[in-house]
Design a protein around this ligand. Structure first.
Ligand SMILES: [Zn+2]
Ligand SMILES: [Zn+2]
Length: 99
């Protein structure tokens, strides 16, 4: 089951630009373990159907955290694993359907 509600958001230009700017602002360093070349921009407040159209949540730097793949997987596996829906993260940090 794909998370359809967030698909348009993750494909939006606003998000692409925000994500890029955020990664640059953190110099690509994972905020938890210091790993360079980190690319996963995580939403501290997880996105859902009711906040997906609220830029204060979706595009707010205060709600973002730059994580490496491992810290990002950990964050989601610990709290709320997207893998239960047959999803995984690609290298951009987007949820995709597992092949
Ligand atoms: Zn990390
Ligand atoms: Zn995340």
């Amino acid at each position: 089951m794909a998370r359809e509600f967030s698909k348009a958001f993750y494909n939006s230009k606003a998000w692409q630009q925000t994500r890029k700017a955020y990664v640059l602002s953190k110099f690509g360093i994972c905020e938890r373990c210091g790993q360079p070349n980190s690319k996963q921009v995580h939403h501290k407040t997880y996105l859902n159907e009711s906040n997906i159209n609220n830029p204060e949540v979706t595009l707010n730097f205060d709600n973002l955290e730059l994580l490496c793949d491992i810290c990002h997987q950990k964050e989601h596996n610990e709290k709320y694993s997207p893998t239960i829906w047959g999803l995984e993260f690609d290298s951009n940090g987007d949820l995709i359907q597992k092949k």
